[in-house]
Design a binder for this molecule. Sequence first.
Ligand code: FNR
Length: 374
Amino acid sequence: MSPRIDRIPAGIVNLADYERLASERVDSATWAWLDGAAGDELTRRANREAWDALWLHPRVLRPLAHGHTRVHLFGREWPQPVLVAPVAYQRAVHPDGEWATAWGAAAQGAGLVLSLQASAPLESVARAMQADAGRGPLWMQLYWHPDRGWMQELLARIEAAGYEALVLTVDAPVSGVRDRERRAGAGVPPEVRSVNLVDRPRAEARGAGPAASHVFDHLALAAPGWDDVAWLASRTRLPLLLKGVLHADDARQAQAVGAAGVVVSNHGGRTLDTAVPTAWALPRIVEAVGDAMPVLVDGGIRRGTDVLKALALGARAVLVGRPIVCALACAGALGVAHALRLLRDELEAAMALCGCATLEQIDRAVLWSEEPAH
Ligand code: FNR
């Protein structure tokens, strides 16, 4: 299989342009699912505003020749500190779906985190990514399922397919209350399915009756706990990251039970509205565990300057969700590659203008502070 040849749409110069164009091209119910967030969408907006509220402090006349954006994580080097965030059901926006995202990410040396709710088989997405020698890392996102036998079989599939890390999402034991999506009705088309989950046993439901709580008597019965994370970490040879950590104590606990890293995330504002923006939570998590394990971040990252700010606050890499899927919707694999290239070009320019030739030179001094260090 090879990518459909799309064209880069005219007039696209940044990631927001892809989001704008996708809002015109994607049908309204799918758009409400893709772009929407929980409740009043305050966290979704605050994620962006928090990056915008940080100001950079440029440096001049520093040596920049032969600088680069290469990043080293989990024993492997890759060209840019960006991964495509796990986003479900990508065939809802483009027929090449997750395959195109893999081709585009690989072509630009960015990483890919495939959603467990992908609409393409995890093995064939791995093959699409692995076809490119210069590619970034390929990670697999998981949601917990209480049937450990089934989880074990899934782990074996993921490892056999060549995935290099597991990302267990822990911030969505309960679905977010997403008003925009509920108003729009349908969401993704019914023919777009989580093909990797077809043989998943049904989680047991108990506590039926009018007094029963859907959250506490149903969903919570299938939700993972710390012992499940410890079990998962012990059952795989792959590094296990926890995605959706916002509290320093949870990050410490993650490390204690065998996680190899954390992703500071509020699910792009899609689970708990008014949850803290990730740019605010990041420094506390870095302070708690940053010396012991890699901390990554996502939520509202749209510009190379946002990536630079995240790295300045101690993140080792960032994930980007909606804009990449918008680029996929507008121009397939080429759009994904283009969006990731735009982000990298912006990061390089921002690094150079702040006097940083490599990621190792990026630190807090890149950010404006009211209290001068010197
Ligand atoms: C998501 N996200 C998500 N996360 C996850 O762990 N598994 C998943 O299947 C999904 N699916 C999903 C669908 C859609 C439509 C969106 C927008 C998001 C969350 C995603 O990985 C990431 O945390 C956020 O999207 C990051 O925020 P930005 O970059 O979209 O602002």
